[in-house]
Write a protein of this length. Structure first.
Length: 269
C-alpha cells in the first residue's frame, strides 16, 4: 500500500561499480524499457524493493514520476560542480534542459542562460527560473558563445549541454570559461567533430553523465520541502489506455513532459 517512486535502473550484480557507489555504470544493469529490458507500461509491475522510494504525503504521484528526469539534472549539476554564485550555460530547453535550470538555481547558481530553437520552450525556461534566454537561429557556435558571454557578463564556469547536436557541443566548448567544466548530457551521433584543442589548451574539463545514481532520496527531499517545483513541466496527461497517443504527442514535439496515469481520475493524494 505504500506510495513509491521507482528508480528504473537496477544492477543485477554487486560489481566494482556498485561497491564504489557508481552503480549506474554497471554493465549488468537492468533498465526499464532499454532493449532488451522491457518497460513498465502496465497496471501491475514488480520491481526491486531497494530501488523503490517511499513518497511523503505531500508529494503527489505526478511529482514522484518526475523524480526520474529531475535526477538527470541533479546528477549533471553535481558532475559540473554547480555551487553558490556559479554562472551556468544550459544548451537546449527540452525537459532535461529545464530540470537542469531548476537544479542549478536550487544549488546556488547566480545566473543561468539557456538556448533553444523554440521560443515557446524558452518561455517555459523563463517560467522555471532561467535568467536569460537565447533563441538560436543561424548563428555559428562562436557567435552563440559570444551571446552567452554578453548576457552573463562573463564566460560561464559550467556549461550543461542537453541536445547532443554537434554545433551545440562546439558552442559549449567555446562558451565555457578557461578552467571550467562542460557536462555532456544530450545523446546525439556517436562521432562528432569538436574543437578539442581549444578545450585542451584552456583546461576546459569535459565530463559525461550516464543517467544518474544516488539521486532519488535527494530529489524526493527537494520536492517534499517545496524547494523545487516540477509541476510546470507537465503539459499533457493521458490515461494508460491512450499510451500510443501520448507517444505520438511527444514525437510531434508538442508540450514538454507528457504524463501517463493508470487512473485519470486519480490526481493528487
Amino acid at each position: 500500500g505504500d506510495r513509491v517512486a521507482i528508480e528504473p535502473g537496477v544492477p543485477r550484480e554487486m560489481d566494482e561499480f556498485c561497491k564504489t557507489g557508481r552503480y549506474n555504470l554497471s554493465p549488468t544493469i537492468f533498465f526499464c524499457a532499454t532493449p532488451p529490458d522491457n518497460g513498465n507500461l502496465c497496471r501491475y509491475y514488480k520491481h526491486s524493493a531497494s530501488y523503490c522510494y517511499k513518497l511523503p504525503d505531500n508529494v503527489t504521484f505526478e511529482e514522484g514520476a518526475l523524480v526520474e528526469p529531475l535526477s538527470v539534472g541533479i546528477h549533471a549539476c553535481k558532475r559540473g560542480g554547480v555551487t553558490l554564485g556559479s554562472k551556468v550555460f544550459v544548451s537546449g530547453s527540452g525537459p532535461i534542459g529545464l530540470v537542469n535550470v531548476l537544479v542549478a538555481k536550487m544549488m546556488g547558481a547566480a545566473a543561468v542562460v539557456i538556448t533553444d530553437l523554440s521560443a515557446s520552450r524558452l518561455q517555459k525556461a523563463k517560467e522555471v527560473g532561467a535568467d536569460f534566454t537565447i533563441q538560436v537561429k543561424n548563428e555559428t557556435p562562436q557567435e552563440v558563445a559570444s551571446k552567452v558571454e554578453s548576457l552573463l557578463g562573463c564566460m560561464p564556469e559550467i556549461t550543461v549541454e542537453c541536445t547532443g547536436v554537434q554545433a551545440c557541443i562546439q558552442a559549449g566548448i567555446y562558451a565555457t570559461r578557461s578552467g571550467g567544466t562542460l557536462v555532456l548530457v544530450g545523446l546525439g551521433p556517436e562521432m562528432v567533430t569538436v574543437p578539442i584543442v581549444n578545450a585542451a589548451v584552456r583546461e576546459v574539463d569535459i565530463r559525461g553523465i550516464f543517467r544518474y545514481c544516488n539521486t532519488w532520496p535527494v530529489a524526493i527531499a527537494l520536492l517534499a520541502s517545496k524547494r523545487i517545483n516540477v509541476k510546470p513541466l507537465v503539459t499533457h496527461r493521458f490515461p494508460l489506455e491512450k499510451a500510443l497517443e501520448a507517444f505520438e504527442t511527444t514525437k510531434r514535439g508538442e508540450g514538454v513532459k507528457v504524463m501517463l496515469k493508470c487512473d485519470p481520475s486519480d490526481h493528487n493524494p
